[in-house]
Design a protein. Structure first.
Length: 244
């Protein structure tokens, strides 16, 4: 059963000749997930095009692909999704976060339930990402120390119509030094500076380093707190393509 599924999936991608993978990025935020997807073209012989949709117009300043300002619900249709090879969704997670009592605003999970139910009924390939307590399937569980990052940020992924992905082992590096890791959450401390290896960094720069991205990026502190390390989506897409 799995072999026939992979053969069908492989055939679908071979029709594209693996020259271009088109990804739709729902609730895209500043574009950290997109950054990971786009970095795959440096590893494999294919190009990646990505379109992000978010209701926050400021995301256009940092998003690395084509950005559409709008409500995701206005774009949810099978005909639109079929224009892409993979649909990725990162709906708001505050309702399911362990820190939800500190959040100023949350949507009671309505967006997650809406897009989760639609993607499960959709016949195309999709990836749904959220926090570990979210009510979605834990097909893939990734944590920062799996990629030697300075954050222990953990996320789960529900995949539909995609091959099984083997999760990498957690690194034992600094396992006995919990204070070494950096918590990337909340609004950030404006005006504060931190010393890391004798280098003075502000909050946004420190969080960028923890998430594995250059501090010369345009991501905001809020975008870094809401987003996921690009290493996560880089791993997922490269794993999918290696299975084909």
């Amino acid at each position: 059963m799995q072999n026939s599924f992979l053969s069908s999936l492989r055939s679908d991608f071979q029709c594209l000749n693996l020259k271009t993978i088109k990804i739709l990025d729902l609730y895209c935020g500043d574009g950290l997930a997109a950054t990971g997807y786009l970095s795959v073209k440096e590893l494999l012989n294919c190009d990646v095009e990505i379109v992000g949709i978010d209701r926050n117009p400021a995301c256009v300043n940092s998003y690395p692909g084509e950005f559409i300002h709008g409500n995701v619900r206005d774009f949810v249709s099978k005909s639109f999704f079929n224009e892409f090879d993979i649909v990725h969704a990162s709906p708001p997670c505050q309702s399911f976060s362990r820190l939800k009592h500190f959040a100023k605003h949350h949507d009671n999970g309505e967006e997650l339930f809406f897009i989760r139910d639609f993607l499960r009924s959709y016949s195309g390939r999709s990836i749904l990402e959220n926090v570990v307590c979210a009510p979605i399937h834990k097909d893939v569980v990734l944590r920062g120390n799996m990629f030697h990052l300075l954050t222990l940020k953990e996320r789960i992924f529900e995949t539909n119509n995609l091959p099984f992905i083997i999760t990498p082992p957690r690194s034992s590096h600094f396992v006995n030094k919990p204070n070494y890791y950096i918590t990337v959450a909340g609004g950030g401390s404006k005006g504060n500076h931190y010393l890391l290896d004798h280098v003075k960094l502000n909050c946004r720069e420190l969080w960028s380093l923890a998430m594995g991205v250059s501090h010369f990026n345009k991501f905001t502190a809020h975008g870094l707190a809401e987003g996921i390390p690009p290493a996560f989506t880089r791993f997922i897409l490269s794993s999918i393509l290696h299975c084909l």
